[in-house]
Design a protein. Structure first.
Length: 228
């Protein structure tokens, strides 16, 4: 093997070594430090809006449902998700979740006190819910770091401490953007139906002056409300 060939192989080896290291660099985070960063974000949180990609898969990993839209959340944890196409809107308020279908002029309203298996309240995790509150409710573990798009994320696994809550979700995984300390991705594993819901957030904007009417359940006249 001549000198030129050996030099070329050395460069190639160096490139591959650097690439592998750049993909998953070793950065040590203490859990308490990460929780404090999430706390600071939550303490200063007023609102956020983002593009949301929603994917639901079954126990075998098969895609059951997927869609995208625009999501909004305020400091109270109220959430409005408007699906692309304009026909479906999900509205999460303190005690209810409402699913509006423009094509049928109906809205299904679910009482969260009666329907404790609804997973929509978990969408608030990492936004309006502080890190210290997450630790009170969940066994929280750092399981690594991952690059998602242009975001370097810290991956947290949350396991509910209470049996009643574990009957709803087995675990929640949060990919926290280390620049904003808000979720870049959420993965919620439902114990109730075996489905896993993954939410990806892009084009995130924080602390905007959102119109309060976004979070009102003032549906168009003639809408039939089905209470559950």
């Amino acid at each position: 093997m001549n000198k030129a060939t050996r030099a070329l192989l050395a460069v190639v080896s160096l490139v591959f070594t650097f690439s592998a290291g750049a993909e998953m660099p070793t950065i040590d985070w203490e859990l308490d430090d990460a929780v404090r960063q999430i706390d600071r974000q939550a303490d200063d949180f007023n609102s956020a809006m983002a593009r949301v990609s929603f994917v639901m898969t079954d126990l075998d990993g098969n895609r059951v449902r997927s869609h995208s839209g625009n999501g909004f959340i305020n400091e109270k944890g109220d959430i409005r998700y408007s699906q692309d196409g304009g026909n479906r809107v999900l509205l999460l308020q303190r005690s209810t979740v409402q699913d509006y279908d423009k094509s049928t002029s109906t809205v299904d309203q679910y009482s969260l006190s009666k329907h404790k298996d609804r997973i929509e309240p978990y969408y608030r995790l990492g936004f309006s819910i502080a890190g210290r509150d997450m630790q009170d409710r969940y066994l929280t573990t750092i399981i690594g770091e991952q690059q998602i798009g242009d975001a370097r994320t810290l991956v947290l696994e949350l396991t509910p401490k209470k049996d009643a809550e574990r009957a709803i979700v087995g675990k929640i995984t949060l990919w926290i953007d280390q620049a904003s300390w808000m979720p870049r991705r959420q993965e919620i594993a439902s114990t109730h139906n075996g489905m896993t819901t993954t939410l990806d957030f892009t084009n995130m904007a924080r602390n905007l002056q959102l119109n309060p009417d976004l979070f009102d359940d003032d549906w168009p006249r003639g809408t039939k409300r089905n209470r559950h």
